[in-house]
Structure formats: C-alpha cells, structure tokens
Design a protein around this ligand. Structure first.
Ligand code: KIV
Length: 274
C-alpha cells in the first residue's frame, strides 16, 4: 500500500465528522500517545486520534488506567498534537480529574484542550450528564464512554461484558440517552452486545457512537493502536483484529484498518455474539 499523504485531506472538524455520520460514512479512530505514531496514524487516513488513558498500560506498564495522572495526559496530548496534522484529537480525562464536580472537570478539560485536544472523553453513566452539559455549554466538545469503563475496573469486578441481560441493557440505553441529551457529540461504547450498541445508536440518531467490542452497528470504531499492530504482549480481547498479520509496514496495517472500518468488514459480527 502507498504511504504517501493524501494531498486532498483537510483537517477533520466536528462539523465534518457530523457530515460523515449523517451520510453513513463510518468513522475510523485509533489511539496514539506520541508524535511519531500520531503522524503515521494521521497520514494513514484515520479520522480521529484518541489520546487514551490506555497509555497507562501501553506506555507506562501499569496494570490498569487508574494510576494515570492529569499531568501525564497533558504531556501525551501535547506530543500527539505536535505530530498530528489533520485528524480530530480526542483527549481522555483520567481517573480523578472530573469526578469531584463540574468545575474540576472544566479545569481538567481546559488543560487538555490547551495541550491540543479538540474534544475530551470522560467515562461514566447518567451521573456525568450534568458535567457533560456544563462542558458543552462552555465550548468543550465531549465524547462520553459507556459499557465497560476501564477506570471503574475495580468496581465492575474486572474487564467484563456489560449489558448482557435485559436490565443491564436498559440501564445502558437510559444512560446513553441522558448523556446524548446533555450534549455529548460522540460516545465510545465498549464491550457490550452488538444489539445493545445498535439500539443506543437508533435511540440517538445524531450521536456518533464509536464501538470497541460492540459490533457493527455503531457510527465508527476504535482500537488501541498497539493491539491492532499485534505488539501488545499478553492476552488480547477477542474483538481485536491483528491488522499487521498480512505483513507490509505499520502504515499498511493502519490503512487496512481504516479501509475495513469504512467498508464495514471490521468488526466481524460473529466475534460479537455475546
Ligand atoms: O483509553 C483508551 O484507549 C480508550 C479506548 C479503549 C476506547 O478509552
């Protein structure tokens, strides 16, 4: 595959992402944590870069995302912003940086946006709706995150599929509606039955849902970069596909991912028969 930069590629804006969603074009998102990978991912045509707090595991070697600090997120967001040219940058608010109150969330969001994020992501259900409203009213685009929320791994009892029974599915749908009504433009849906993710998208047509382990029914997909390049050691979740398996370069693997998200061949619905 060709590694050359698309000469016609313009900076991705929230407006452009909404247009893509309205037309049914799938949104391809990947994580990146440094300038070099941000450049590579951007040049391969990824629409959105997530500076995920998964860097706690991927970069820092922690067992979870819980120890990641605000200063570390600001540092990695700055690195990504320097390498990126055109992709939309989403920065994760780490554990402890938004739970106290909405003012704390605003201060943390301002720090991430001044470091180069164009949108902030925060984990949690309806209890975050007031904060989401407060942030969006003040010019901070928000991506919510429902389903498996890794910052709550200890409360959830591990990395488990969420919303498997009717009551759990209904709770997810209720929280998704509250967050969409509060102004969340985007929402990561992690590790849930594809039927539930599909319902969330159908209930909230304007919301850009981004799935990870949530089947094909979302507006877009996200994976952890190191997982899809097969350089993460240890057991990977079964929804991860190794895009480097066909050989070629890192650029090729990322281009294959973008193409597979866009044409709907990733994810494979059979892998999500939860
Ligand atoms: O931190 C992260 O990388 C994430 C994705 C797994 C969605 O939140």
């Amino acid at each position: 595959m060709n590694n050359a930069v698309e000469p016609s590629r313009k900076p991705i804006t929230l407006h452009r992402l909404r247009e893509m969603h309205a037309k049914g074009e799938k949104i391809a998102m990947l994580t990146a944590y440094d300038a070099t990978f941000a450049r590579v991912v951007d040049e391969a045509g990824v629409d959105c870069i997530l500076v995920g707090d998964s860097l706690g595991m991927i970069v820092q070697g922690h067992a979870s995302t819980v120890p990641v600090s605000m200063d570390e997120m600001v540092y990695h967001t700055r690195c990504v912003a320097r390498g990126n040219r055109n992709a939309w940058v989403v920065g994760d608010l780490p554990f402890g940086s938004y739970q106290e109150n909405r003012e704390q969330a605003l201060r943390s969001s301002i720090a991430l946006m001044q470091a180069g994020a164009q949108m902030v992501k925060l984990e949690g259900g309806g209890w975050t709706a007031e904060t989401v409203h407060f942030l969006t009213e003040r010019g901070v685009p928000v991506c919510a995150h429902l389903g498996l929320t890794p910052q709550s791994v200890h409360a959830l009892g591990g990395y488990r599929i969420q919303g498997r029974d009717e009551a759990g599915a209904q709770t997810l749908r209720k929280h998704a509606k509250a967050l969409a009504d509060a102004g969340a433009a985007m929402m990561v849906l992690e590790l849930m039955p594809s039927a539930v993710a599909r319902e969330v998208q159908a209930d909230n047509p304007g919301l850009m849902t981004i799935g990870i382990g949530a089947g094909q029914g979302t507006a877009g997909q996200v994976l952890v970069l190191h997982d899809m390049l097969n350089i993460t050691r240890g057991k990977l979740p079964r929804f991860v596909r190794n895009f480097a398996a066909e050989g070629g370069s890192v650029d090729d693997a990322i281009r294959r991912y973008v193409a597979a998200v866009k044409d709907g061949s990733f994810p494979d619905e059979a892998v999500h028969a939860y």
